[in-house]
Design a protein around this ligand. Structure first.
Ligand SMILES: [Zn+2]
Length: 369
């Protein structure tokens, strides 16, 4: 043991090792720290918070901001997930000349009061920590980022998307339908975040519209491949929030306690295909609209149920997704219940085409715009 300790001492204090530490390790550490700190300042945005109410005259009820996209000096292109899908969907819609950029409703981040309506103070404080953001985003390297950089790269885009969901809900209440080209963070609740969802935009819609007495009864149709345990936790036992959730029962989050918050469950096996999926969805929607009459439908239209998605593990084709969206919009519009669509999960490169095709199909089928 004594020899071991001596050897260790010799190793640390021999001249070669000291040279390595002072000439390589310390300068490298300082350079990385300076780079990350510089990156934090370069990614800083001046954020003017969401102003409510807004006049949507002359605008299409489609909400977007360039700040939705999660970018990090081009490195995001190396990641298999498409973290800039929001802008790419808009580019597709613009390329089809379906709309003009200046017709969109511009999203902005919620102010402090809105953030506190959706979340506990303790949880909001915890989001200042890059360790917490790294856990929520399932990106371990993020914990070594300066807090400001982690916030700018991850939290700020989510704040814009959260504000966008609220704006879209308000637009839907006026025009009968709306789409936020982002949002749908269905794993986030009042006091917790996980599964790439830091902010509870769905809960914020419910709480804000109730506070402003614009709506009281909500139907959440959650068709992302994962169980929407965030809003289920927030509204468990609330008779005026009716939740339909279709999810792969074999994958994350396996939140048994939150399942009590679901009014109509469609539990799927891995690799469920179009026919079974659409059949079960139709039966569920028939039943739901007999049982409940909402003031607003919040449609969480995740696309991680697409065939080949490594997380969703379902087997739904692009045509199946387009039919699904058409079915849900059909139920809402036939009954004249306003519907707001949020994009939620689904980060395969192929989702961009499917989502933009589906929005174009809704436009055509229902003559939306
Ligand atoms: Zn998902």
């Amino acid at each position: 043991m004594v020899m071991d300790a001596m050897n260790l001492k010799n190793f640390i204090f021999n001249k070669a090792a000291l040279r390595r530490i002072t000439r390589i390790y310390i300068p490298c550490f300082v350079a990385i720290w300076l780079l990350l700190t510089g990156a934090a300042f370069m990614t800083e945005k001046s954020m003017s918070p969401l102003q409510l109410p807004q006049d949507f005259t002359g605008r299409l009820p489609i909400v977007y901001s360039d700040n939705y996209n999660i970018k990090f000096f081009g490195f995001e292109k190396l990641h298999p997930f498409d973290s800039v899908k929001y802008g790419e969907i808009l580019d597709n819609l613009l390329a089809h000349q379906a709309l003009k950029r200046n017709q969109l409703i511009e999203a902005a981040p919620p102010d402090d009061a809105l953030m506190h309506l959706a979340h506990s103070d303790a949880y909001l404080q915890s989001l200042q920590s890059p360790w917490v953001l790294a856990r929520i985003a399932e990106l371990p390297f993020l914990r070594f980022f300066p807090a400001r950089l982690a916030r700018n790269v991850l939290l700020v885009p989510m704040m814009y998307q959260m504000g966008g969901s609220l704006l879209a809900a308000q637009a839907a209440m006026k025009t009968g339908w709306a789409v936020n080209l982002g949002g749908g963070f269905h794993h986030a609740s009042y006091a917790n975040g996980s599964g790439f969802c830091a902010l509870a935009d769905i809960s914020l819609i419910v709480k804000y519209l109730r506070q402003e007495k614009q709506a009281q009864k909500f139907m959440i149709i959650d068709l992302d491949a994962h169980q929407g345990n965030g809003h289920e936790t927030d509204f468990k036992g609330d008779d005026d929030v009716y939740i339909i959730d279709a999810y792969n029962k074999e994958i994350f989050p396996h939140d048994t306690a939150a399942k009590d918050g679901i009014d109509l469950k469609i539990e799927l096996e891995s690799f469920t295909s179009d026919t079974e999926y659409l059949d079960r969805l139709q039966k569920a929607l028939d039943k739901a609209f007999v049982e409940f009459k909402p003031d607003l439908i919040i449609y969480n239209a995740g696309t991680d149920l697409l065939k080949g998605d490594p997380l969703g593990a379902l087997d739904i084709t692009p045509e199946g997704v387009i039919k699904r969206d058409e079915m849900v919009f059909g139920y809402a519009l036939d009954r004249k219940v306003p519907i707001v669509m949020l994009l939620s999960g689904g980060y395969q490169r192929s989702t961009v085409q499917v989502i933009s095709d589906s929005i174009l199909n809704l436009k055509k089928k229902f003559k939306l715009f």
